[in-house]
Design a protein around this ligand. Structure first.
Ligand code: PGA
Length: 257
């Protein structure tokens, strides 16, 4: 893993966006894996600014979607992506994929989604956030490290963490369709962005803990091309922090001196 530590969330997010844009510059028809959540909002803001309204040529697959929410529901991830990225960069609907939350048969929808990713040739660059409980996508603790896209029951912690996005009179969904950990590990490259003190335990476990389904993000240690971008607050519990800063001073790429 490349561990890049930035002074604050704004610089970590800006560098994440820069790396996505560099991929698109080199490979305009890249297949991107996209994530939602509060952490990603500044990344999409930067992409909107940089990409403007010329029709986007990339294809995207989002990690997950709540079961039961139609794409028009303001808390659906389809709606999040439409408002934070897709409309602004004129991404044609056929190129923007999310699992359908309101599919009549969610299990069949998960299988279809996995097959659609494969048919597109797999994911070139996967963007990931990190749950405070160590989840990636909605792969909650104890998820199989070999899992493929499927239905997952959300933990109480995730439901509580996400409740802030829902109205007090709304029921927070308990089920989601999510890419599996095996699906994520098939991506050719991965960028994980985590910011804020709330993520410091999960960040330390992901990077320096033993590989275990108890912390799904530890599975990323098995991938050969993962870049982790974090801010000071999220880096606070890392034991080998000095080493990461020696290898990547100021979040730069490696220097071998
Ligand atoms: P957040 O979500 O960015 O809203 O903290 C991250 C995640 O759960 O993957």
């Amino acid at each position: 893993m490349k561990i890049l530590i930035f002074p604050d969330a704004a610089t970590a997010s800006a560098e994440t966006a820069r790396r996505i844009l560099a991929t698109l510059a080199a490979q305009p028809c890249a297949v991107l894996g996209l994530a939602t959540g509060g952490t990603m909002k500044p990344v999409y803001e930067a992409l909107r600014t940089a990409l403007g309204q010329s029709p986007a040529t990339f294809t995207s697959f989002n990690l997950d979607e709540y079961v039961g929410l139609p794409s028009t529901h303001p808390q659906s991830y389809a709606y999040y992506m439409k408002t934070h990225l897709f409309d602004a960069v004129a991404l044609p609907g056929a190129q923007a994929h999310l699992p359908r939350g309101d599919a009549p048969d969610p299990a069949a929808e998960a299988t279809r989604y996995e097959a659609t990713i494969a048919a597109a040739g797999g994911i070139d660059l996967q963007l990931l956030g990190l749950g405070a409980n160590g989840h990636i996508g909605f792969n909650e603790p104890t998820s199989s490290l070999a899992s493929r896209t499927r239905i997952k029951t959300l933990t109480h912690k995730t439901v509580t963490d996400n409740a802030r996005y829902f109205g007090s009179d709304e029921v927070v969904p308990r089920l989601a369709i999510t890419m599996g950990i095996g699906t994520i590990l098939d991506s050719r490259a991965i960028l994980l962005l985590a910011t804020g003190a709330g993520k410091r335990d999960a960040v330390a476990r992901m990077i320096e803990g033993s590989i275990s389904a108890a912390c799904p993000a530890t599975a990323l240690q098995l991938h050969a091309n993962v870049t982790v971008l974090i801010d000071e607050a999220a880096a606070a519990n890392l034991k080998l922090r000095d080493y990461y800063e020696t290898v990547h001073p100021g979040g730069a790429d490696e220097i071998y001196t």
